[in-house]
Design a protein around this ligand. Structure first.
Ligand code: ZN
Length: 177
């Protein structure tokens, strides 16, 4: 078994970040797990990426996953849209820093820096034993035009990913070895 990266089936239009906590200097979201109290999902796919980078999943996705806590993640219902939950992996895996590129400066206020590229997991991680969900210890993205688009990557084991993809609930792509 190995790990793959979760790819949501749809992207949400802007609007999720209204009222979100942003760094006053670089405008990055200061809490990637922030849940909008007012947002309703517009693209009613079973998994969508909000403007914050957070993955939002449907009730069918939740049912298909089953015991999410046993798989290293939690689901937080959207207060304004009970049909959707934020999928937040609790397990954090280290990324090999040499596999990604940092751009610009480290923000003097919040310490964030835009990060790009395809992350490789730290070679110490035994992916063969891995089950369930995890996320990167690094946040990605953020540009001058979309500075708030910075979020962690979500990973899951390939058996679970294949099952969810078979049900048309999400897609996935390989993590570079
Ligand atoms: Zn900042």
């Amino acid at each position: 078994m190995s790990l793959v990266e979760l790819v949501a089936r749809g992207e949400e239009p802007d609007g999720y970040l209204e009222g979100a906590p942003l760094c006053p200097v670089c405008l990055c979201l200061t809490d990637s797990a922030w849940i909008s109290p007012t947002y309703r999902v517009r693209n009613r796919h079973h998994s969508v990426t909000a403007a914050s980078g957070l993955t939002l999943v449907s009730q069918q996705f939740v049912h298909a996953v089953g015991d999410v806590a046993g798989l290293g993640a939690r689901l937080v219902p959207l207060p304004a849209d009970p049909g959707y939950h934020a999928l937040i992996a609790e397990r954090v895996l280290p990324i090999d820093r040499s596999s990604v590129t940092h751009e610009g400066i480290v923000c003097p206020e919040c310490g964030r820096q835009p990060t790009f590229g395809r992350p490789r997991l730290d070679s110490e991680i035994d992916v063969d034993e891995f089950k369930g969900f995890a996320r990167s210890d690094l946040e990605y993205g953020g540009t001058a035009s979309r500075p708030t688009g910075q979020a962690w990557r979500t990973f899951l084991d390939v058996d679970l990913a294949t099952r969810l993809r078979g049900l048309k609930l999400c897609q996935f792509r390989p993590v570079p070895a």
